[in-house]
Design a protein around this ligand. Structure first.
Ligand code: SF4
Length: 104
């Protein structure tokens, strides 16, 4: 039994090995049998996993933004603007996937 390998990065359906001729000059995604209308991009229904470098970049961007929001909330905590501080904390929590528990 062999171990699976990653073939490479795909930036459009046009360069994807899963793009297959369908009929009448049209192509489809052979993974999910969906017609492809534009081979220059990747549609939202693409079943391929995201490139790890894209996930890392997204994670770094989110960390930077959450840090900036929490710094602003900490600054607001030193003033009387509690509503703004609450808004900033809830925004940062939302970015981290945290939902406030009502009544807690
Ligand atoms: S939808 Fe995704 S898997 Fe299907 S052909 Fe396009 S890039 Fe490839």
């Amino acid at each position: 039994m062999s171990t699976a390998r990653i073939v490479g990065r795909v930036r459009s359906c046009g360069e994807c090995p899963k793009r297959a001729y369908w009929s009448g000059g049209k192509y489809q995604c052979s993974v999910i049998q969906q017609p492809l209308t534009d081979a220059s991009g990747i549609p939202a229904f693409c079943p391929l996993p995201l490139d790890p470098s894209a996930l890392l970049a997204k994670s770094a961007w989110e960390e930077k933004n959450v840090t900036a929001i929490m710094q602003a909330a900490a600054d607001k905590a030193m003033t009387d603007d509690i509503d703004q501080m609450r808004h900033l904390v809830l925004t940062a929590a939302s970015m981290l996937g945290i939902s406030p528990r009502l009544g807690a």
